[in-house]
Design a protein around this ligand. Structure first.
Ligand code: HEM
Length: 270
């Protein structure tokens, strides 16, 4: 029988640690397949020549998450009532521990989120990444953009100061001039004939429940489509989207545009 060395105490400890970490992961994987799913997401192949500009989508995602987290904290102190709204904002800024920081992050973060969305959209446009087969993801992106701007519009009223009030008057009147649906839309946003308590609670509900919920769902769909279709290569890539390379799927030639993901570090070679 070959001689086997007795494991050292350090080796035994390491093995026990590995078992402790693996046990809950194996438990979860057996019941949900989640661990495999996350591993697929993290280690899936992307084109070898992706560009820094292709990180703008993830930057927009980070900005959205910052908005969601700081928004939840603000909602714990904000009071959506014309009597208390302004003073609750003052309280957050002046008295709540680090309230000024959380409010500042949410307020400035809103602009950062919108700017990053536009930059990301610009990159997708300039790279031609909206073309076949990613048209649906472009449409989902447009919906996210509209929802993002609705977040800005509904959030602006919440401090209930003069700027907030009159900006909302202008915004609602602009909506009211739209053909056919305009008057109905203005009435819906106001929650009555005048801007008042009803408008504030309505905007609050839209701002912290309806619109963020829709954005979360749309981002989920956006990311699903990115994983399903793969990330596109930059236009200068040897295997650019929309090039004249013809692929087949067993039923004849596919329209050009679907770039096959290539492992990192292979220089685009298959
Ligand atoms: C909350 C806002 C958004 C988030 C979090 C987001 C996130 C992402 C991420 C992480 C990617 C993959 C990496 C990248 O290409 O940057 C991506 C790709 C893409 N996004 Fe967005 N996005 C948002 C808004 C938009 C908008 C406004 C549009 C266009 C109207 C758009 C259209 C697309 C398209 C077509 C792709 C595929 C690009 C490719 O495969 O090269 N997205 N998005």
């Amino acid at each position: 029988m070959p001689y086997q060395r007795k494991p050292t105490r350090a080796q035994l400890r390491r093995e026990r640690m590995q078992e402790m970490v693996n046990f809950p992961l194996d438990w979860l994987e057996e019941r949900s397949g989640l661990v495999g799913g996350v591993r697929y997401f993290l280690f899936r192949k992307v084109p070898s020549d992706t560009n820094w500009m292709q990180t703008l989508g993830s930057a927009a995602l980070t900005a959205f998450l910052v908005q969601a987290i700081t928004g939840v904290i603000l909602a714990m102190y904000y009071k959506p009532d014309p009597k208390d709204a302004y003073s609750s904002i003052q309280n957050i800024t002046d008295h709540v521990t680090l309230g000024w920081l959380v409010r500042g992050m949410h307020k400035w973060g809103a602009s950062v989120f919108i700017i990053l969305m536009f930059l990301h959209m610009g990159r997708v446009f300039l790279f031609g990444a909206y073309k076949y087969p990613r048209e649906l993801n472009w449409i989902v992106g447009v919906l996210i953009l509209v929802m993002g701007m609705m977040e800005g519009f509904t959030g602006y009223l919440l401090p209930w100061d003069q700027t907030a009030y009159w900006a909302t008057v202008v915004g609602i009147n602009l909506n009211g001039t739209a053909p056919f649906l305009g008057p109905w839309l203005a009435q819906f946003l106001r929650g009555g004939q005048e801007i008042g308590a009803e408008t504030l609670t309505r905007f609050y509900s839209l701002h912290m429940l309806v619109v963020p919920g829709a954005i979360f769902a749309l981002i989920g769909l956006h990311l699903y489509l990115i994983i399903r279709l793969g990330v596109s290569s930059p236009p200068w890539s040897k295997e650019e989207a929309g090039g004249d390379r013809v692929e087949t799927n067993g039923h004849g030639a596919l329209r050009p545009g679907l770039t096959r993901p290539v492992a990192r570090g292979t220089g685009g070679q298959k």
